[in-house]
Each structure stands twice: as C-alpha cells, then as structure tokens.
Write a protein that binds this ligand. Structure first.
Ligand SMILES: *Cc1c(COP(=O)(O)O)cnc(C)c1O
Length: 496
C-alpha cells in the first residue's frame, strides 16, 4: 500500500508524495504528513553492506511511493555525487562512545545539503509527473544555512526561481557572504529587518495568500517551499540516520539489534523529526536527545508540556541556525502524539498563533517518552568546543557543540555512558570560525573572520573547504534589505 499524505490540520486530504512535494505547505496552513510509516524492508545487516546512495533508494522508495524506481534512482544519482568532498558522503568521527555524524561535506558545508541537493530533482520530477507546466517559485526563510543550500541546489535549474529571506545581522559572516555572492539568473536574496521567526511567518503568510496565488497562477507561477516544512526535505534526512547505524554495525562498533542514542542540535525540529521517523520505521534507537541553545523553547516544552514562545526573549547566539522560537516541524510531532488528530492539532496551532502558547494533555506527553531534551548556554557551548579540542584534537562547530554539551549533561544526569551515541554534526567549524576559535582561545578574539579561517586550518589539520575559499574574494551580487511587511512586495517585484 502506497503512503499517501494528509495535512496535520486536515485528515481528509489525500495527496501523493509528488503532489505534497509540489505544494510544500498545505492550504490550511498545516504540514503534510505520511498516513503511515512503513517498516524498512531491508535488515540493518543488509543496509550495512550498501553505500549511501543505495540506502537512500531503499529508504526513500518507502515514502515516495509514486516515484518510479528509475525516477528516484536518477534523482539520487544527480544529488549525491561530485558535489560532496568525500565518497562516504556522511563519515563518522568517533570520540569514545560518541560518534559525530559529519553531515557537512556537501557544497555549502552544512547538513542542509543532505536534503537540498536532492530536493530540486524531486521537485522537477514531481512537476513532470503531475503535468505542471508553471514555473516553480521557491520561497525560503533561512536562519543562515538553508538559504545558501537551497540556492546552491536550485541555481539555474530550468523551470524554477528562488527567493531567500534571511535575518540581516542574525547570521555569521561566512553564512551571509555565501548568500550574497550567490550566482544564478533565477535567484534573489533579501535581508529582512527582523529575526528568523518573522521571516518564516512572513513566508507562510505568502503561501496562504489565496489572492496572490491566483494572480501568480495567471502569470504561470506556482509557489513551493525549500524549508523543512516540505516533506521532500524530511524524507532524505531519514537516510543518514540509517546510514550511521549501518556504518557502526559494519565496523563492529555495535552488534546486531543494539540500540543507539541520537543527539540532534535542534532549531526547526526537522532534523530530529527525521530521526524519530527512522526510529518508527525500525531503526534501533533508545533515546532521541533534542539539544537547544539558549532559545530553549523546546527544552521547556519537553519538560513541562507547555509550548510558550510568548514569555521569552529571542536571543542571538553563536549557533544562529538554531535561533528559532517557532519550531515548525514540532507540529508534525504534535499531530502524531495526538493520535493523528487533525482537529486537536489545528486548535493547538491556533492557540500558538493567537496567544503564543499551548499546552498538551498528559496523554499526549506519554507519546514523548522516546525523547530527552537539554540545552546549552553560550559558556557551556564554548567550553565544549575547547574540551573536545583539548581531549580529542577534534574541532566541532558551535551547533554541534551545543549537541555535544547536551550529551555530556545527559550522561552526567543519567549515568548512561555505555549506549553508543550518534551526534548529528550539522556544520563545518569553518562556517563559524570566529566563535569556534575564540572558544578555543580567547586570544583569537581580535582577528577578522578570514584570518581566523587560516588559523583554524593550522590547528585542525583539516583543509579549508572550497566553499569558504570561493567566497574569500567573491563579488557581492545581492544587497537588498527590506522590512518584514515588505516581503510580499519583494516577491512580486522579483516575478515581474
Ligand atoms: C538548520 C540547522 C540546525 C537545526 O536543524 P533543524 O532541522 O531546523 O532542527 C542545526 N544546525 C545547523 C548548522 C543548521 O544549519
């Protein structure tokens, strides 16, 4: 039986995977969810003998049921090749019982590439399958990494255009330079005078603007999303958790059936939700550990069952890609723990929009028992970077360090130091050289970003990635900045 997609706010919808990918977000404001999570039809031993691309096919075929084998394999072939700097695509680096799953070997050196290298191919294939002739306009809100990764995937892809909104002043130097130097005749980058939540809400509003949609339709445009609200982002992210388990098994670090923990530095809740889906499809996982920075709305939610974005301040931290107070993908988890209840989900999300807070029932909280949550302060994050460098000569980026610090706290609190643990390593330290280097030694504080990148190369024994070298002297091509209220206008302008 093929998996079909519904909205978290309307169970009566019945879309194929390709239709859900094309739409991105449901018209009712809900997110598309699979109507069931089919179990893997290969064993972990079988997976351990496969390469990344083969596992990708075996996993994705289960959830993208209306793609033919030929279509899916072609998307995978086009996505996971020479754009990555290692054939393994997602290598593991072991430190004690923890294994860092390095998801940053793609063209933009953040984990977003793992899904955004394939999303354009899935989208173009979906358009063809559904006989859509419109030009597809990708609207993207970014906390720093999605924007570049999406543009890298979509630049000059026939039949698509892409607009990226990022919080001006809320991203790292390298992140911003990566975006504003982006080439391609179908791309537009706009800084907004606001934070990521405002960018994301603005984009969602454009998506649910019926009048605008009709107008655009007449001109031959159709909107879609490259954010993790798109199921075409989520599904490819399940793959690397299976791959990490298969790799541990292959190298004898775990035995057959042994459960692992997975720690994920979390912002929009997409990456960890993919791990949760992997678990529900049969991956042997003990705890899913959700790590937050000082914007710890998720930690508080897991502790109390209350999601409250109202009574807190938005903080800019050294892990900007996690500076988020409205975690979109949590809506999918809420829907599932409510027993796939669309009405309940809709009510809770309405409460969040109207009052900035909602509370789940004790029964729903039962559904969260696979999860554990923690957060790391700025000091704890910096300490973690220094500690891992001193102990293991390994340098992690700030986001990964949030996860590492939370894992350290988890082990101290629970005594669970035996369970083999995969830490999702979501970005290269080169992307956040300033924060990383000053964590290692405050004396680096006075140097500029590119000097620090050179220093990082000296102490890390890891060559500066091409993604960084290429922006050192690149020309700035985009310098648009607008108010949050002008986002819609910016889109209309671009499409003129
Ligand atoms: C996007 C991002 C995250 C957060 O991932 P979510 O799927 O939004 O939870 C963490 N770290 C880095 C480096 C990112 O780019």
């Amino acid at each position: 039986m093929k998996v079909m997609y519904r909205s978290t706010r309307d169970n009566s919808l019945n879309l194929t995977a390709s239709q859900a990918i094309l739409k991105g977000l449901s018209e009712d404001g809900g997110l598309f969810v699979p109507d069931n999570l089919p179990p893997f039809d290969k064993s972990m031993e079988e997976f351990s003998r496969m390469d990344y691309q083969t596992i990708a096919y075996e996993v994705m075929k289960l959830l993208l049921g209306d793609f033919t084998e030929e279509e899916l394999k072609s998307c995978i072939r086009n996505a996971y090749g020479s754009g990555f700097d290692t054939e393994l695509l997602a290598p593991l680096h072991h430190v004690g019982n923890a294994s860092y799953l390095e998801l940053f070997h793609g063209p933009t050196i953040a984990f977003k590439d793992m899904a955004l290298q394939i999303l354009p191919h899935l989208l173009v294939t979906s358009a063809r399958k559904n006989d859509v002739k419109d030009e597809i306009v990708i609207l993207t809100a970014t906390s720093g990494d999605t924007g570049k990764a999406a543009m890298e995937g979509f630049a000059d892809v026939e039949g698509t255009r892409i607009v990226v909104f990022y919080p001006k002043g809320g991203v790292s130097k390298v992140q911003e330079l990566q975006m504003v130097t982006q080439r391609g005749k179908n791309v537009k980058v706009v800084g907004i005078k606001g934070n990521f939540d405002e960018a994301q809400t603005g984009v969602k509003q454009i998506f649910s603007d019926r009048e605008l949609e009709e107008k655009m339709q007449k001109q031959g445009f159709r909107f879609s999303s490259a954010n993790s609200i798109n199921i075409g982002r989520l599904v490819p992210q399940i793959v690397y958790y299976v791959y990490s388990y298969a790799t541990l098994l292959k190298h004898g670090r775990i035995s057959k059936g042994e459960k692992i923990n997975i720690v994920v530095p979390t912002g929009n809740f997409g990456n960890i939700l993919a791990a949760c889906y992997a678990k529900n499809m049969g991956l042997p996982v003990s705890k899913l550990i959700c790590a937050s920075n000082e914007n710890k709305v998720l930690f508080d939610f897991f502790e109390t069952g209350v999601y409250d974005r109202k009574n807190r301040e938005f903080k800019l931290t050294s892990s900007p890609s996690m500076d988020i107070l409205i975690s979109s993908n949590l809506e999918r988890l809420i829907y599932h723990i409510a027993g796939n209840d669309d009405k309940r989900t809709k009510e809770l999300m309405r409460a969040l929009t109207d009052g900035g807070v909602y509370e789940i029932t004790p029964q729903m909280r039962e559904g969260l028992k696979d999860f554990c949550a923690g957060y790391a302060t700025e000091e704890e994050t910096a300490f973690e970077i220094r500690q891992v460098y001193n102990d293991a000569s390994y340098i992690t980026d700030t986001h990964t360090a949030v996860a590492g610090a939370v894992y350290r706290k988890y082990v101290n609190a629970t005594g669970d130091k035996e369970t083999k643990t995969v830490i999702a390593s979501t970005a290269s330290p080169y992307k956040f050289a300033k924060s990383v280097m000053s964590a290692i030694d405050p004396a680096y504080g006075g140097m500029d970003d590119f000097e620090l990148i050179d220093e990082l190369e000296k102490i890390s024994n890891v060559k500066t990635p091409a993604a960084v070298e290429s922006i050192r002297n690149a020309e700035v091509l985009h310098n648009n900045v607008c108010e949050v209220s002008q986002m819609k206008g910016a889109v209309i302008d671009f499409l003129k």
